[in-house]
Write a protein of this length. Structure first.
Length: 245
C-alpha cells in the first residue's frame, strides 16, 4: 500500500498501523466502503466492493479500537459475530499489546438483538446493546440474563452523545462505528463524529443504498490522509460540525 497524501511513501504493515493510530482520549471514527457513485453494497453486502487492502484496513481499525459500534440492521444483514482470539483481528490486537477480544455494541431502538445469536452466545467480550427506554423491557431483561450489557440511552430513540458517554464510562473511549448509513446519518446529525475512514472502490453500482442521506445540512470534511492500493483509495477525513466534540 502506498501513501499519496500528506507525504508520498510506500507503507509496510508497521507504517500502516501508524497511519491509522489516533491519540489517546475519546474519539469516534466511522469506517465505510463505497463505490465511486456512493453505493455501500452490492446485492445487499458491502463485501462485493472490497479488496484485500480494504480487508486489511478493516481489520486494523478493529484492532485499534476499544469497541465496535454498529446498527442492528447492519449487524444482522452482514452476519456479525464476535471477534475471537484466533481471528485475524484478535491476533493483530494481541501483537499490538491489546486484549484479543473487542466488544461489539449494537444500536437498536427496539432492543432487537436476538439473545440466541452468536453475537450473544459466543461472545468473549460481552456484547453491548445500546437502546432506549421505549424498547421492550422483557427483551432487555432477556438479553441481560444472557450476558449482554444493556445500556438504556434516551427515551424514544437512542441518544448517541449519552451512549458515547456511557461507553466511555465502561472504558471504551475510542469507538469504531461500522454503520450502517442510518446510524452514520444520526451520528453526524448529533455532532459526535470525529473522523470518516472511507474506502473508495473503483466501481459504479447504481444502487439506491447510499453512503448517507437525509442530513439536516452540508457536512464539511477535511482530507487528512490518502492511501492507494490496486486502484482502491483509502481516505481519512476529519469531520467539522457545529457543536461537535
Amino acid at each position: 500500500m502506498r501513501r499519496l497524501l500528506p507525504e508520498p511513501a510506500d507503507l509496510d504493515e508497521a507504517a500502516l498501523v501508524d497511519a491509522y493510530r489516533v491519540p489517546d482520549g475519546r474519539h469516534l471514527r466511522v469506517n465505510f466502503i463505497a463505490s465511486l457513485d456512493g453505493a455501500v453494497a452490492v446485492e445487499g453486502r458491502s463485501g462485493g466492493l472490497g479488496s484485500p487492502g480494504d480487508r486489511r484496513v478493516f481489520n486494523l481499525l478493529r484492532a485499534l479500537t476499544d469497541v465496535v459500534l454498529v446498527g442492528h440492521g447492519t449487524a444482522s444483514g452482514e452476519g456479525y459475530g464476535p471477534v475471537s482470539a484466533d481471528s485475524a483481528v484478535g491476533r493483530l490486537r494481541t501483537s499490538l499489546g491489546r486484549p484479543a477480544a473487542v466488544p461489539i455494541a449494537v444500536v437498536s431502538n427496539r432492543a432487537s438483538l436476538d439473545p440466541t445469536s452468536p453475537l450473544v452466545t459466543d461472545a468473549i467480550a460481552p456484547t453491548i446493546l445500546v437502546t432506549c427506554a421505549s424498547s421492550d423491557g422483557g427483551r432487555r431483561e432477556a438479553l441481560a440474563a444472557a450476558g449482554v450489557v444493556v445500556l438504556v440511552c434516551g427515551d424514544d430513540e437512542v441518544d448517541l452523545p449519552l451512549a458515547l458517554d456511557r461507553l466511555a464510562a465502561l472504558g471504551h473511549e475510542q469507538v469504531l462505528c461500522e454503520g450502517g448509513p442510518t446510524l452514520f446519518r444520526d451520528a453526524l446529525a448529533a455532532g459526535v463524529v470525529d473522523e470518516l475512514d472511507l474506502s473508495i472502490a473503483p466501481a459504479l453500482v447504481g444502487d439506491e443504498h447510499r453512503l448517507v442521506s437525509g442530513l439536516p445540512g452540508v457536512v464539511r470534511l477535511e482530507l487528512r490522509q490518502l492511501l492507494e492500493e490496486d486502484g482502491m483509495l483509502f481516505g481519512r477525513y476529519g469531520v467539522a460540525l457545529p457543536g461537535a466534540r
